[in-house]
Design a protein around this ligand. Structure first.
Ligand code: BGC
Length: 793
């Protein structure tokens, strides 16, 4: 796929100014005389959401059926680059079949807090994994001749006030945690597109941020593709084009007059417009008029099978006393409404209309298992219901094993809002405890997009985290229970024992204008390993069904140069009675005493598949660059000189060997020497790390185009506007509760500029600016503005 760029586009200035805005909700503009075709973009990431007719970016309007693969939170637990690439390729094939040129994914934001409502769409709390997994997905998609789009760039780690929130983060943390995954994915997989996020970072909207989009992304990392705004993320279009934010989506904003003026008065350099136009024109090879309205039946079959295999292989066995896998003759009490109405994907822009759905009840019955079903709870709200529990208890008593399928109903986690807590619904917890008290054995299967607390964990025989399994999740459940596929996943995130154990918790999700990333580098296992906090289940944990022994754990060199690589090798032997997979993880422990660091940081890993009775030598290469920290003094990556220990483990808490390696030629000082990092970060500490006083949150007055509808509703005109919006939201009594909640939040949190950006040309700036002036108690200015002529150069 070409990433070469032409130097100019044969378009007039007006044409270029038109090209940098989308044509409609999903396509770019065509200029046939200049050989520039229209390119279709579609969500993404774990299936294609192709909308016909009325379009929206929240998954509300209907979309064409496509395979709903397991989302990123599920696939990441596989730690299997080949599998992630294979799923990416399948998504790419469907995109190509539908005539889609760019898939809006993968999403690789860091899971700063398990309560981010959109974590199901992201890979990990660790930037190395996030970057490697995203690169694999990009390779898969782009292998099919379709472009991939990394999102959401950058520091987009919550849904609360996502259009306007300002993430205040120190430079070292920004580089080491929040940009690093993007850096890895850009360098390793050359994505064709990157999406600028909604939020602000250190005061600047990502879509207006020159340092981010040009300085870091292009000049430092060598990104050669186009930047697209998240839908409605552009704040100041002139600043955006100057920053390198090429394509504004959705289209229909009609900026031509405004941009012409800016070019003519010199605020917008013609060269910046030409650069953006050229980068959009360079996506031409992704144009594709295939435009099938359904997938061929063989593809449906084949991709459903991939989705099923991927879901089963990614599931994580958290505990198992030998109860799993089940013998096919086991009498199973299958408990939980999710066995018939699975929770298999999250709500929002990634919502896919599946080609089919396989339920666990159906798949187990089809596999010949003797199954008795009880719902145990109502699947949408999981309200308290003792009768459903009593029925489940009865069924559980009469079986050999109770398999309880619980998790988070859709309303508990979604794009558009964050979770309120880490608990399962109370009805689910009560159900498990009641069943475990009477069943001979109890297995819990979890369906959720992010960690939950498990007060019953010691009362049950096995717990499998299935995450959100995609459309074939029911088939995957049957395969897992019967051992047809080993649930070989390892957690790509920490399951905390309590919400208070999440370092970001005191600062998440911040106020109405600002969120402070005070915990700095101490996210997930970086926090728990540094502060000696025992998680419920650690990062990297997963038991699978097999048994392995590790021996001869060695490192090939005990010294390493700055441009060198050490190789850690381990002989892994399958000592169990079934084929199995294992994941050897290598964490670095910086002992140099030069810079403050988390106690453990993942620097490499390898996944190995072992047939019964075999062993294999696993090699993990760790380039010295992986030991680098972001040095704020020089503004560059630096490696400390001195001793590191390579800790080889089965999880971030289970280390099997520690191998010392000495780095030669590294730096000997840093701006941040080691100290015991405080769990609670004072104002003074945070300001010192920021290198400036903590900025005050932006004032909510005077009102501007970036004021949210909710913030404007303290005025009469704001309330009127919001009630009109609510009435025209298109929601019906049949809209599912998660989507309805997301819409309510979206209306409240939408900045006023969004009224134009999402209106497909029906609302103009004159109207929005008049509303703002009225709200600012400037009625005469509002009247003057309403009758003013649109500026023409
Ligand atoms: C989401 C993006 C998505 C876009 C288009 C936005 O609201 O944040 O991830 O690609 O809509 O649907």
């Amino acid at each position: 796929m070409t990433t070469e760029v032409a130097t100019t586009v044969p378009l007039s200035m007006d044409e270029m100014l038109t090209l940098v805005e989308g044509q409609d909700f999903w396509t770019t503009r065509a200029f046939p005389h200049a050989g520039i075709p229209s390119v279709r973009l579609a969500d993404g990431p774990h299936g294609i959401r192709l909308q016909a007719g009325d379009a929206d970016h929240l998954g509300i309007a209907a979309s064409t059926p496509s395979t709903c693969f397991p989302p990123a939170a599920t696939l990441s637990s596989s730690w299997d680059l080949d599998l992630i690439e294979e799923v990416g390729a399948a998504v790419g094939r469907e995109a190509r079949t539908f005539g889609v040129g760019v898939v809006l994914g993968p999403g690789l934001n860091i899971k700063r807090h398990p309560m981010c409502g959109r974590n199901f769409e992201y890979y990990s709390e660790d930037p190395l994994l996030s970057g490697m997994f995203a690169a694999a997905a990009v390779r898969g998609i782009q292998h099919e001749g379709v472009g991939a789009c990394l999102k959401h760039f950058a520091v987009n780690n919550q849904e609360h006030r996502r259009f306007v929130i300002d993430a205040v983060v120190d430079e070292r943390t920004r580089r080491e945690l929040y940009l690093r995954g993007f850096e890895i994915a850009v360098k390793e997989s050359a994505p064709r597109v990157v999406m600028a996020a909604y939020n602000r970072v250190n005061g600047v909207h990502c879509a207006d941020d020159h340092e981010l989009l040009t300085g870091v992304l292009r000049d430092e990392w060598g990104f050669a593709g186009a930047v697209v705004s998240d839908w409605g993320a552009e704040n100041d279009r002139v600043a955006g084009i100057r920053a390198g934010m090429d394509l504004e989506m959705p289209g229909g904003v009609n900026r031509l007059a405004e941009l012409r003026v800016a070019v003519n008065d010199g605020r917008l350099p013609a060269a910046a417009v030409a650069d953006s136009a050229r980068r959009i024109a360079d996506l031409a090879d992704l144009a594709n008029d295939a435009g099938a309205s359904t997938l061929p039946e063989e593809m449906v079959e084949e991709h459903d099978a991939i989705a099923r295999r991927a879901a089963a292989a990614s599931a994580v066995v958290l505990t198992n006393n030998g109860t799993l896998p089940l013998a096919p003759t086991t009498r199973v009490a299958l408990i939980g409404a999710f066995a018939e109405q699975p929770r298999y994907q999250g709500s929002g822009s990634s919502l896919v209309t599946p080609t089919r759905i396989t339920t666990a009840h159906h798949a187990l019955s089809e596999a010949g298992v003797d199954v008795t079903f009880a719902a145990g709870y109502e699947p949408v709200h999981a309200a308290s219901d003792e009768a459903l529990i009593a029925e489940a208890v009865q069924v559980a008593k009469e079986a050999d094993v109770a398999v309880v399928m619980v998790g988070l109903p859709g309303i508990f986690e979604s794009e558009g809002f964050d979770r309120d807590h880490l608990e399962l619904p109370a009805q689910h917890n009560t159900l498990i405890a009641a069943v475990a008290a009477v069943a001979p054995r109890t297995v819990v299967l979890l369906s959720n997009g992010s960690p939950v607390l498990m007060p019953w964990v010691d009362q049950v025989d096995a717990v499998v985290e299935c995450y959100l399994g995609g459309q074939a999740s029911g088939g995957a459940v049957a395969d897992i229970l019967l051992g047809v596929v080993e649930p070989a996943g390892r957690l790509a995130e920490t399951f905390p024992a309590a919400q208070a154990d999440v370092a970001a918790d005191p600062y998440f999700p911040g106020g109405s204008q600002q969120v402070q990333y005070r915990e700095g580098l101490f996210v997930g296992y970086r926090h728990t390993t540094t502060h000696g906090i025992a998680p419920l289940f650690p990062f990297g944990h997963g038991l699978g069904y097999g048994r392995t022994e590790w021996s001869s754990i060695i490192v090939d060199h005990d010294t390493i140069d700055l441009d060198g690589t050490v190789t850690i090798s381990v002989i892994v032997t399958n000592t169990g009675d079934c084929a199995t997979s294992d994941v050897v993880q290598v964490y670095s422990h910086d002992q140099t005493g030069i810079v403050l660091r988390p106690r453990r940081e993942l620097v490499g890993y390898a996944k190995v598949h072992l047939p019964v009775g075999t062993s294999s030598t696993v090699r993990i290469e760790v380039p010295t660059a992986r030991l680098a920290f972001w040095d704020t003094r020089s503004g560059s990556w630096q490696v400390p000189g001195g001793v590191f220990t390579m800790e080889v483990g089965r999880s971030s808490e289970q280390i099997e060997a520690a191998l010392p390696v000495t780095v030669h030629g590294g730096v000997s000082v840093s701006a941040e020497p080691p100290s015991t990092p405080a769990i609670s970060v004072t104002d003074a500490d945070f300001a010192r790390r920021l290198g400036r006083p903590i900025p005050a949150p932006r004032a909510t007055r005077p009102f501007t185009r970036d004021t949210t509808m909710g913030d404007l509703s303290v005025t009469i005109i704001g309330r009127m506007l919001r009630s009109i919006m609510n009435r025209s939201s298109g929601l019906t009594a049949d809209t599912d509760p998660a989507t309805a909640a997301m819409m309510a939040r979206a209306t409240d949190e939408l900045p006023l500029r969004g009224l134009v950006q999402f209106s497909a040309g029906k609302t103009n700036w004159r109207f929005v600016d008049s509303v703002i002036m009225l709200a600012n108690r400037r009625p005469f200015a509002a009247i003057r503005g309403a009758f003013a002529r649109v500026p023409r150069p």
